[in-house]
Write a protein that binds this ligand. Structure first.
Ligand code: ARG
Length: 388
């Protein structure tokens, strides 16, 4: 499919040996300095950057460029419905960290800052990739995820999405409880040390027990979820420079947990359990028992986070905010790339304003990309994109 702006950009695939493209650097810097006039004139900066690229194959962002670039990358994330608050991103410049120990303690700090009081959107940006050199990365898809174990009978305890990754961690000697909500260790890889596993301390992992506003039996299901969704395996690219380790978080929208993590048949698959407890007729699809269970599951998630004082939005509110974002960006004269299939919430789609329109599909940079290798490492700790 030909998408405007997709073809005429340099490839979205990352070539780890290629030097920084000076045209992409210039494009970013011009935009960045135009949007933040307090940075001063761009021309002198461009001359320096061109010389740096010619001499070293790359260049070093100033803290201001890094900060604004990360915000632009969020703004350009076509799958994110939560972009209204892109300017409020807290950017932690971690480019000097090298060892796995240093990286780990900064990731713990990230989770603590993000989880304080309300949830705060934060990104920690570690060292940029240098052309031809190996990079540090985190294998996990998120900083906090629950392990999954497939038993002899084929049934899964925990998050079925994490079965392969969990096996890989066990292969490295990780010992776990085998429960439904075991927080996975972080697998941090650095060029000098290879991959090392780290157990997150309790203070870094805020969790919410799930209860229901009316159904007292809901507590017996023993459900919980972590407060902070922090994606840890996407590559941030700003002005032609790649940051393979740049974990970021926002706050949750309830449906991510209630309509996907808990409901998907290949995740926790809880709709049959909830429907049975509710006493619904599950003998025929046309009783809409799935839909009724889904609503109660989502009420429980929203109710529980509210009770715990952990920020979370519902899909109606977040949808309205996104429409506000579209208006504001239009006023600012900027296009808003958006992917309908991701923007529309996974339940009650047509009840939300974002359902009833189309969007521009553009590949604008700065941006976040998920590389094949990152997908593979998060899936089962292998590097082969086409592995099992
Ligand atoms: N959907 C993912 C999850 O359930 C999180 C993706 C990012 N979400 C966010 N609200 N920033 O864990």
């Amino acid at each position: 499919m030909i998408v405007p702006g997709y073809r005429d950009h340099p490839t979205e695939r990352w070539d780890p040996v290629a030097p920084v493209d000076p045209a992409e650097a210039e494009d970013f810097l011009r935009r960045c300095y135009l949007e933040s006039p307090r940075l001063g004139p761009v021309e002198p900066r461009l001359a320096i950057v061109r010389a740096q690229i010619a001499a070293t194959g790359s260049y070093v962002h100033t803290t201001e460029e890094l900060t604004h670039g990360a915000k632009m990358a969020w703004r350009n994330s076509s799958r994110c419905i939560g972009r209204l608050y892109w300017k409020s991103l807290t950017v932690l410049d971690r480019r000097r960290a090298r060892t796995a120990d240093e990286i780990f303690s900064l990731l713990v700090h990230h989770l603590q800052v993000a989880g304080e009081n309300q949830i705060r959107p934060v990104i920690s940006i570690f060292a940029a990739a240098q052309p031809g050199q190996r990079v540090a990365r985190v294998w996990n898809e998120q900083l906090v995820r629950y392990a999954g174990y497939r038993g002899e009978d084929g049934r899964v305890v925990g998050d079925a999405r994490q079965v392969g990754f969990t096996e890989a961690m066990r292969g490295f000697g990780w010992r776990s409880k085998g429960d439904h909500f075991d927080v996975l260790p972080l697998a941090i890889e650095t060029p000098a040390e290879g991959v090392r596993l780290y157990e997150l301390p309790e203070r870094a992992v805020r969790e919410v027990p799930i209860t229901h506003p009316e159904f007292a039996w809901f507590t017996e299901l023993g459900l919980r979820w972590h407060a902070v969704p922090a994606i840890s395996n996407m590559r941030l690219t700003i002005g032609g420079v790649h940051y393979p380790l740049a974990p970021f978080n926002g706050w949750y929208m309830g449906t991510e947990i209630g309509a996907r993590n808990f409901a998907d048949a290949d995740r926790y698959d809880l709709l049959p359990t909830v429907a049975n407890r509710m006493g619904l007729d599950t003998s025929r699809e046309s009783t809409l028992w799935r839909d009724r269970a889904l609503v109660e599951l989502n009420r429980a998630v929203l109710f529980s986070f509210e009770q715990a004082g952990v920020k979370m939005s519902d899909h109606h509110t977040e949808s309205q905010r996104f429409l506000t974002h579209l208006r504001r960006e239009e006023e600012a004269g900027r296009p808003v790339p958006a992917d309908w299939t991701w923007i529309v919430p996974p339940m009650s789609g047509s009840l939300t304003g974002v359902f009833h329109r189309y969007y521009e599909e553009l590949d604008l940079r700065p941006a976040f990309y998920l590389d094949d290798e990152a997908i593979s490492l998060a899936r089962d700790g292998t590097r082969c994109p086409f592995g099992h």
